[in-house]
Design a protein around this ligand. Structure first.
Ligand SMILES: Cc1ncc(COP(=O)(O)O)c(C=O)c1O
Length: 411
């Protein structure tokens, strides 16, 4: 006789997110997520690093945190200390760094430390969906600030902060992705960063700087980190190896003043992030990071070119976009009649997955006809074929692009 399945549902507390859907695999043409190029994972170097580091230090795995304390593998923090000084102008000690399980854990720790239900956080109007969903789940009000080609618009930020102040609201932080913004691909120049710091200090609102794409800049010109420019220490800097090496490793980091880092560390109750990943990264990166990254960005730039070419060919003037300054995403505007959420469903049924704009924006109406495509993980052929299928679906559903859009564009 079959017994009745145990009823967990009656035990669930209020306020849980909806249940997760079961994984059904990637679409044939997958332009979603922050996935990387599988061909560019530096396998040989990683294999050699695993061998070397395990042979030398493998027995330290017997101790939680490799006997390096709770902030992460010391050699990885030392690598980051040198790299952050060289690339981002950040002068920090290895002890100012906390290694975490991807920058998502960094966001969780920042949020757990600073936020309570009903708080307010300032975000870029177009921003990382993972940050928006986290804030939504915590019952936090998000105020979206419009962007221009240099990132956060300072006039809009200053007036939003003044308005909030008048209403007695002091936001808990300003969340920004200043170096290759997700999804728009802009880089905030140094002068704008200085303005941002000034506004943040005037209103006493700290900045959370999410810099996970900062290694992937086409011309390699990375401005100093906002963290490095701050004289008051009101900045939390977050980084990751997900975009420069591989996201499945789940290794990110936080640089913050001890007053904040010590609070986040107290909330990081997982007994340390995966140690083998940290050991392998430290071993690999010390020798190869500086040569790996230019190769990676060159390959990514070639894929972006293929994507832009395919869009021009298939969508003509119906697809508008600015060339991103680096990274793995293209942010696209389609004609107003296109509903990106509906396009998402129809395209998925045809084997193409895209990220609909409204999921990456606080302004659902403004982003209705926008979408984000990740060009890093599909092959060049998949990019070309996938865009052709997407155009066909879009034409069928919304009447655009017209069949000869690219010809019309030239005529
Ligand atoms: C802006 C931003 N922050 C954080 C993350 C999460 O990255 P990680 O893999 O380091 O957790 C992503 C991933 O796409 C991202 O785009």
């Amino acid at each position: 006789m079959m017994s009745a399945p145990f009823d967990f549902v009656s035990l669930l507390p209020a306020g849980l997110p909806p249940p997760a859907a079961r994984w059904t695999g990637l679409a044939r043409f997958s332009f979603v997520g922050g996935n990387n190029d599988p061909e560019q994972v530096p396998l040989e170097g990683l294999i050699a690093a695993v061998d070397a580091v395990l042979a030398r230090e493998g027995r330290t795995l017997a101790t939680y945190g490799l006997a390096n304390g709770p902030q992460g593998y010391l050699r990885l923090r030392e690598f980051l200390q040198v790299k952050l000084q060289r690339d981002a102008g950040i002068a920090c000690a290895a002890d100012d760094l906390l290694i975490v399980s991807g920058s998502l854990q960094a966001l969780d720790l920042v949020n757990q430390t600073l936020l309570a239900r009903g708080d307010t956080v300032i975000v870029e109007q177009e921003t990382y969906q993972g940050a928006l969903t986290r804030l939504g789940r915590l019952g936090v009000n998000t105020v979206g600030i419009p962007l221009d080609h240099e990132g956060l618009r300072m006039d809009a930020l200053a007036s939003a902060l003044a308005d909030l102040k008048q209403r007695g609201v002091r936001p808990k932080y300003i969340y920004t992705i200043p170096t290759v913004q997700n999804p728009t691909g802009t880089i905030t120049p140094e002068a704008r960063r200085a303005e941002l710091l000034k506004v943040s200090e005037t209103y006493g609102v700290p900045i959370v700087e999410d810099d996970c794409y900062a290694d992937l800049i086409w011309d390699g010109q990375r401005p100093p980190a906002i963290y490095a420019m701050s004289k008051t220490g009101g900045v939390i800097h977050i980084g990751s190896f997900s975009k420069s090496i591989a996201p499945a490793l789940r290794v990110g980091f936080i640089v913050a003043p001890w007053a904040m880092l010590s609070r986040m560390l107290a909330l990081k109750t997982d007994a340390g992030s995966g140690a083998l990943e940290q050991m392998v990264l430290a071993e690999y990166c010390a020798q190869h990071f500086a040569t790996h990254v230019p190769k990676l960005t060159k390959g990514l730039r070639a894929k972006l070119d293929t994507l832009m070419e395919a869009l021009n060919e298939q969508f003509g003037t119906s697809a508008e976009f600015e060339v991103p300054k680096g990274g793995i995403f293209l942010w696209i505007k389609l004609p107003d009649q296109v509903d990106a959420l509906k396009l998402y469903q129809a395209a998925l049924a045809a084997g193409v997955s895209i990220n609909p704009g409204p999921e990456w924006s606080t302004d659902k109406a403004w982003s209705k006809s926008r979408l984000r495509l990740c060009f890093a993980s599909p092959t060049h052929d998949q990019i070309r074929e996938g865009v052709a299928v997407l155009a066909e679906v879009c034409r069928k559903e919304f009447g655009v692009p017209t069949r000869s859009a690219n010809v019309e564009a030239r005529g």
